[in-house]
Design a protein around this ligand. Structure first.
Ligand code: 6R9
Length: 676
C-alpha cells in the first residue's frame, strides 16, 4: 500500500489557524490553578473550583461552557455568532452557527505547523511486528493528494463518498480528504455483505466508492473489491471506484475503477481546504434501529469534532505524547470518534488495529501494548470476556507498564470481566472507564472520568455524565424519576454539540425515534439504573435492537432476511444472554405448510442468507423451527414470552391472558429442550 515519503514541505497552515493556535497555547500555559490544569478555558467560570463543579456549570451554563471550549479547541475560519439554537421537541439542533472551519485543517494542518514529524497514525497490521507509522506531515500529504484526486473526478462539496475499507492510513486519509473538500463520507464496515453495502450506497446516493483490493484479518484474505463489484452493480449512482492495494494480488478492474495510489501520485500535495459551515454534514454512518431498514445517522462539522476531541482528552486523561490504542473498526462510530477524529483533533498518536484479539494468539493485544507502548487502551467487553477465558498468562507475559487508562465500550461490561480487566490487564493501577454512548450521541456521554483522579469507580457502572450531559430516567408513565435508587428509560435532557442532527433523508424518523417518545428530551432507547449515590448503570436496550459482540443489530433486520426464504412463513428473532458475545441471536421459524426441505438444510440456507444479506455476525446461533409463534389475539408476536422461554424462566412468563393459543408456548418449550 502506498505511503508517502520525502514530501516537499509546503506549509499549508493558513494564518488564522496559526493565530488561534498560538493563543490556545498562551492560555494553556499561563494558568496555574487546578481548573486551569484541568481545562484552561474554564478559568473564570463562576463557582468552578474542580471537576464536579465544572460538570454542574457545563450543564447549567451550557452556552458559555461550549462557546469557550469551541473557541479554544477548534481553529475557525470565521467565528460563530450563535452558540446553540436547539429545540429537542422539534428535532432542531444547531450549534455554532455563523462559524466556518475545516475539520481536516483542525486534525492535520495545525499539528503539521507545530510538530510535523509527530506520529499521527500507527497502523497495526495483521502480522504482529509489521506496524507502519505515519507522521502528521505524511498524513496531510496523503489527504491533500486524495482531496485533489476526488475533486479532479468531480466530487464536490456535499457529495457523498462511501468508504469500504479496513482500518488503514488510506482509510483515514479518505475520511479527511472528504472533510477537506467538503464531501460527506459514509464509512461502511468492511465485514458487511455486498447487499448491505449496496443498500447503504443507494440510500446515501453515493457517486464514489473507495475500497481496497483485499482485506487481511487473522491471516485470512477477504475479497473486498469483489464485494464492491457485486454491490455497485445495483447502485446506479456510483460513477467511480477508487481501489487501493492492501495486498500485492491484482484484482480485475472495470471501467469505473481506478488505481488509487497510482492516481494519487499524480496529484499536488497542497489542497485548498473548503470553508465549511458548522452545520454542514461531515458524515453519515448507518446503524440499526428497531425497524428493518438501517438508518443513516447524520453528524455535522464543528459540534461533532469538538465533542470527540473533548471526550477523548478528558475521559481517557489523554496527554500530549501519549499513544492511544482504540481497537474498534473504523466502520463503527467508536472508530470514527476515538481512532480518528478525537485523537487527531488533539494532535495525538492513534493506533489503527487491523487484526483480532486472538491472532496469532490470545496475547495479541498485550504484546501490541508492549511493542507500541500504548498508554490508553480502549476495547469491547466481548473481547475481554473472550480473553479472560484463555487465562492470565497471556497478559502477564507482556510489559503493560505504559498503560494509564483502560476503556470499555459497546455493551454492558459484567463484573467478572471488569475486575479481570482492572486486576490482571491494568495490574490494579489503571482506572477502568466503562463508557456509555451511541452512534447518535457522537461521543461518550456517561463515564467514570473526568472526575477527581481518586474518585470512586464502581465495577460495571458507567457512573457519571460527561461535561454538558444531563441524564434523566423516565418511568413507564413518561415522568422523570427524581428519587434514588431508580430505574427507567434513559433520556438526555438537553442538547450537546456531538449529537446527531437527523437521519439521512428521513427527519421524520429522527423525530419519531428520538424526540417524540419523551417530548423535550433525547430518548436513547436504553434502560438504566441509578444508584443511591446517583451513579448510572446501563441495563440494555428497551427496543428490538440487540447487541452481538458489541455490534448493534435490529431483530427486524434479521427477520426480514429469514422471511425472504421461500420455505418460511414467518419468524421471530430475539437476543439471548451469551457468555462471550454478550447477546446471541435466536431465531424462531415457522415453515410454510408445503415446505418439504429438511430442517438441517434450511438452517444452513438461512444462515447463508443472513450472512450474504447482512453480515456474518448477524447469523442466528440457534434456529428453532416451530409450528406457530405465541401471539396476542390482535396478532402481535409476544417476544417477551419468547425471551423468557429461551432463558428457561418459566416462572417469569408473566401475563399470558392475551395469548391467542397457549399450546404454542408448550410446543416451544419442548422444542427448545431438544435443540439446546
Ligand atoms: C458506541 C456504540 C449503541 C448501543 C447503546 C447501548 C450499547 C454502548 C455501552 C452500552 C452498556 C456501555 N452500549 N456502550 N451498553 N454499557 N458502556 O457502541 O455505539 O454501535 O451505536 O451502539 O450500545 O445499548 O444504545 P452503537
Amino acid at each position: 500500500m502506498w505511503l508517502p515519503c520525502g514530501c516537499t514541505s509546503k506549509t499549508i497552515v493558513t494564518s488564522y489557524a496559526r493565530r488561534v493556535f498560538k493563543s490556545y497555547f498562551r492560555v494553556f500555559g499561563r494558568w496555574k490553578c487546578n481548573v486551569a490544569a484541568l481545562m484552561p478555558e474554564a478559568v473564570g467560570f463562576e463557582g468552578v473550583k474542580d471537576c464536579s463543579s465544572l460538570q454542574e456549570f457545563s450543564v447549567s451554563n451550557s452556552a458559555s461552557f461550549w462557546a469557550a471550549a469551541a473557541r479554544h479547541r477548534l481553529s475557525w475560519i470565521k467565528p460563530f455568532h450563535t452558540v446553540q439554537d436547539c429545540d429537542l421537541s422539534l428535532g432542531r439542533i444547531k450549534w455554532f452557527e455563523g462559524g466556518q472551519l475545516n475539520v481536516s485543517v483542525n486534525c492535520l494542518d495545525r499539528h503539521v505547523h507545530t510538530c510535523p514529524e509527530r506520529v499521527a497514525l500507527i497502523w497495526e497490521r495483521d502480522e504482529p511486528g509489521s506496524e507502519i507509522k505515519v507522521t502528521y506531515r505524511q498524513l496531510l500529504e496523503m489527504t491533500c493528494r486524495l482531496g485533489n484526486l476526488l475533486r479532479r473526478h468531480g466530487v464536490k462539496k456535499g457529495d457523498c463518498v462511501t468508504i469500504y475499507m479496513p482500518p488503514c492510513p488510506l482509510a483515514v486519509a479518505s475520511m479527511l480528504a472528504c472533510a477537506r473538500i467538503g464531501a460527506v463520507h459514509n464509512v461502511v464496515f468492511a465485514g458487511f455483505s455486498a447487499e448491505a453495502l449496496a443498500e447503504r450506497i443507494r440510500d446515501a446516493q453515493s457517486s464514489t466508492v473507495i475500497t481496497v483490493n483485499q482485506g487481511v484479518r487473522a491471516g485470512k484474505v477477504t475479497e473486498l473489491k469483489r464485494t464492491v463489484d457485486a454491490a455497485v452493480k445495483d447502485c446506479p449512482s456510483v460513477q467511480q471506484v477508487l481501489v487501493a492495494m492492501r495486498t500485492e494480488n491484482p484484482v480485475t478492474m472495470t471501467a469505473k475503477d481506478m488505481d488509487m495510489e497510482e492516481e494519487m501520485l499524480k496529484e499536488d500535495v497542497v489542497c485548498e481546504p473548503e470553508a465549511m459551515d458548522s452545520e454542514d454534514v461531515l458524515f453519515l454512518l448507518y446503524t440499526s434501529g428497531s425497524t428493518g431498514k438501517p438508518k443513516g445517522v447524520v453528524h455535522t462539522q464543528a459540534g461533532y469534532l469538538l465533542y470527540a476531541a473533548l471526550t477523548h482528552r478528558y475521559v481517557f486523561s489523554y496527554q500530549d505524547g501519549d499513544v492511544f490504542g482504540c481497537v474498534a473498526d473504523i466502520g463503527w462510530i467508536t472508530g470514527h470518534s476515538y481512532s480518528v477524529y478525537g485523537p487527531l483533533a488533539n494532535g495525538g498518536t492513534t493506533v489503527l488495529f487491523e487484526s483480532t484479539p486472538i491472532y496469532p494468539d490470545p496475547g495479541r493485544y498485550w504484546e501490541m501494548v508492549q511493542r507500541l507502548k500504548i498508554n490508553q487502551f480502549y476495547g469491547a467487553p466481548t473481547a475481554i470476556r473472550l480473553l479472560l477465558k484463555y487465562g492470565d498468562q497471556w497478559v502477564q507475559k507482556y510489559d503493560r507498564s505504559t498503560l494509564k487508562t483502560l476503556g470499555s465500550v459497546g455493551e454492558p461490561i459484567n463484573t467478572e470481566a471488569w475486575e479481570w480487566y482492572h486486576r490482571v490487564v491494568g495490574d490494579g493501577r489503571c482506572p477502568v472507564v466503562d463508557t456509555w454512548w451511541q452512534t447518535e450521541t457522537g461521543g461518550i456521554c456517561i463515564t467514570p472520568r473526568p472526575s477527581d483522579p481518586d474518585a470512586e469507580i464502581v465495577p460495571g457502572m458507567a457512573m457519571r455524565p460527561f461535561f454538558g450531559i444531563k441524564p434523566v430516567l423516565m418511568d413507564t408513565e413518561g415522568k422523570v424519576v427524581t428519587s434514588n435508587p431508580a430505574s427507567g428509560a434513559l433520556c438526555l435532557a438537553q442538547p450537546w454539540p456531538g449529537m446527531a442532527r437527523t437521519i439521512h433523508n428521513n427527519h421524520q424518523r429522527f423525530i419519531e425515534t428520538y424526540c417524540q417518545p419523551h417530548p423535550g428530551y433525547f430518548f436513547t432507547g436504553d434502560g438504566a439504573y441509578r444508584s443511591k449515590e446517583g451513579y448510572y448503570q446501563i441495563t440494555g436496550r428497551l427496543d428490538d435492537v440487540i447487541n452481538v459482540s458489541g455490534h448493534r443489530i435490529g431483530t427486524a433486520e434479521i427477520e426480514d432476511v429469514v422471511n425472504q426464504c421461500s420455505a418460511v412463513a414467518e419468524s421471530a428473532v430475539i437476543g439471548y444472554s451469551h457468555d462471550i458475545k454478550g447477546q446471541g441471536v435466536y431465531a424462531f421459524v415457522v415453515l410454510k405448510k408445503d415446505a418439504d426441505d429438511q430442517e438441517a438444510d434450511l438452517s444452513q440456507q438461512l444462515n447463508n442468507m443472513v450472512s450474504k444479506k447482512i453480515a456474518k455476525y448477524a447469523c442466528p446461533d440457534f434456529i428453532q423451527f416451530v409450528q406457530r409463534l405465541p401471539k396476542t389475539r390482535s396478532g402481535k408476536i409476544m417476544r417477551r414470552v419468547l425471551r423468557k422461554l429461551v432463558e428457561r424462566d418459566l416462572d417469569g412468563l408473566g401475563d399470558l391472558s392475551t395469548l391467542d393459543d397457549p399450546a404454542a408456548v408448550q410446543e416451544i418449550i419442548q422444542g427448545h429442550r431438544e435443540l439446546c
